[in-house]
Design a protein around this ligand. Sequence first.
Ligand SMILES: [Cu+2]
Length: 94
Amino acid sequence: MKLRPLIVTALLLAGTAFAKDVTAQIKVSGMTCQACAVSVQKNLEKTKGVKHVEVSSDKGLAIVVYDDTEVNEQQLRSVIDKTGFKAEPAQGQK
Ligand SMILES: [Cu+2]
């Protein structure tokens, strides 16, 4: 009787697949101080579908957790661009 654990696992996987939280790491150029990072962070946090944002002006990086049924990475980049900074094109995967 290995069936039951399998079903439970499948249900759990289906649940997380439905939520579809995705983490994007977006390189941002033009941020020179913490205030820049905060303004990028605030604008991303206001964006529909965004769950969590971390922005580092030192690393020039925005880490965004978002629901990809509501918003996509391209939209996040345009939010950053509209804030007055430059979201670098995605490298590598996706
Ligand atoms: Cu600044």
